[in-house]
Ligand binder design. Sequence first.
Ligand SMILES: C[S@@+](CC[C@H](N)C(=O)[O-])C[C@H]1O[C@@H](n2cnc3c(N)ncnc32)[C@H](O)[C@@H]1O
Length: 409
Amino acid sequence: MTSNPYPLGLRLDGRRVVVVGGGAVATRRVPALLDAGADVLLVAPELTPALRARVDAGRLHWVPRRFVPEDLDGAWLVQVAIDDPLAAASVSAVAAERRIFCVRADDRTAATAWTPAVTRHGPVTVAVLGGGDPRRAMTVRDAVRDLLAVRLAPDGIAGRSDASSGTTAGRVALVGAGPGDPELITVRGWRLLTEADVVVADRLVPGLLLDELRPDVELVDASKIPYGPSRAQEEINQILVDRALAGAFVVRLKGGDPYVFGRGGEELLACAEAGVPVTVVPGVTSSIAGPAAAGIPVTHRGVAHEFTVVSGHLAPDSPASLVRWEALAGLRGTLVILMGLKNLAAITATLIAHGRPPQTPAAVVQEATTGAQRVLRSTLDAVAADALAADLRPPAVVVVGDVVGTLDA
Ligand SMILES: C[S@@+](CC[C@H](N)C(=O)[O-])C[C@H]1O[C@@H](n2cnc3c(N)ncnc32)[C@H](O)[C@@H]1O
């Protein structure tokens, strides 16, 4: 009869762990050891490129040869990641002699320790052992991970702050929500959203993300804040600061990336000035994801070696414009224009007047990555009229450049 394993959380900070083998298994195991702060010694004649990159970066020590018993000097744990059973057994034998726990990738029954399937959720680590069946462990782990992400994070597990008492220091996270598809938020952004006491959301934020917030989360719709655009920004800054100073964890959820025409910098400065700690979580920006969703890569080998993202919210002849459109007209690469529909006729005319060929391919992608996405393909000289005729509306990105047709069959 096999007894149940005894679960432990190993605190490996600065402790020597020996990994024998430099192939696919070692490549998967090493990152978690490094994440745990282990002093990793890798023993293998050859390494995968991923492991080699970590060696080159000075993250671990590598001895480029086969295992010898002295490799276990000072080790607390050994992971055998080779598929030669005889060689693996000899490592286990040395480990057993020295009372060092040994994980065996080739033979779980011969191992003295098993690695669980793991999910990490903020400060919480869930490790699942499947009674010797790794697939069972992974299935259970996946279910727990989903549960943690969606249901359980709010109530203490993820370290939620206590807004009501005002005793816990509040903070703000500026989180990029991605371009529209709710699945395009980052893992960290999603986790912070599930931990929030207050969510201040933009108009372009994917609605489904908000749909899944806990009922007790205060949701502030930033697009409904009255007054003019700059006054509204001041109001938003004030809400972030006030709620955080009252002890809440505030997530400022913004479309795309917070720092791409998102005024994230202003919000960060306002919080910093008030002494409120801020985390910034980058997002998938519509300037890249919008074209991608329409099958347009912003760069392509031999086609475009640069892409430029520019705001078209001001007409080229506006005295307030900071964009040198005539200089952009001289570039050969990809031009991605955000907020440019209203001024598209003036923008395209300026680009052509300063040298961009009129027949340059151009496209407009409206509501990219959502179920309502629309794509229009045209040329620089016709795209403004075509977009008008097709009744395209914001939010939309305009892409100009040879990449527009590159992936067309
Ligand atoms: C104020 S800017 C914010 C950009 C955002 N921070 C980002 O990184 O995507 C708003 C503009 O982004 C573009 N945009 C945002 N989401 C979009 C989407 N799903 N499809 C097309 N364009 C989008 C449009 O040009 C829109 O007018």
